[in-house]
Design a protein around this ligand. Sequence first.
Ligand code: DQA
Length: 147
Amino acid sequence: LSILIVHGPNLNLLGRREPGVYGQQTLADINDRLTQAANQLEAELTFFQSNSEGALIDAIQAALDRHHGLVINPGAYTHTSVAIRDAIAAVAIPTVEVHLSNIHRRESFRHHSYIAPVAIGQICGFGSESYLLGLQALVSYLQTQAA
Ligand code: DQA
């Protein structure tokens, strides 16, 4: 299985960015852990991070016919981007939305996700573990689909 991992805006600063909210791990740390987990799951990962909405949309579109699944942390675009939601709907690649923080117990503007209705599901609140749980959930979803 080929899985695309997409990190949205400001996630390049993980480790330095509000560590009380987002933890001490850097994006490279998270990607390393995902790679280790993927080896066990026999999945192959491709990583992409951008601060720009258009670049994220281009990456999602480019996943068409190349990746079986998508794990995405859209960052603040979660709460604003109809365009990213439409890109996910357009490619129709099974998608899991992940967040480090529990967006539902934070400011009210973070409670709504434009992405959730086009995702299989959402995992939030487990810090960097959210990504690992998201990857596991996506792989088992894809395996069930294939069976
Ligand atoms: C986030 C939550 C968003 O509300 C925020 O804008 C982020 C990170 C998270 O992973 O907890 O940039 O997606």
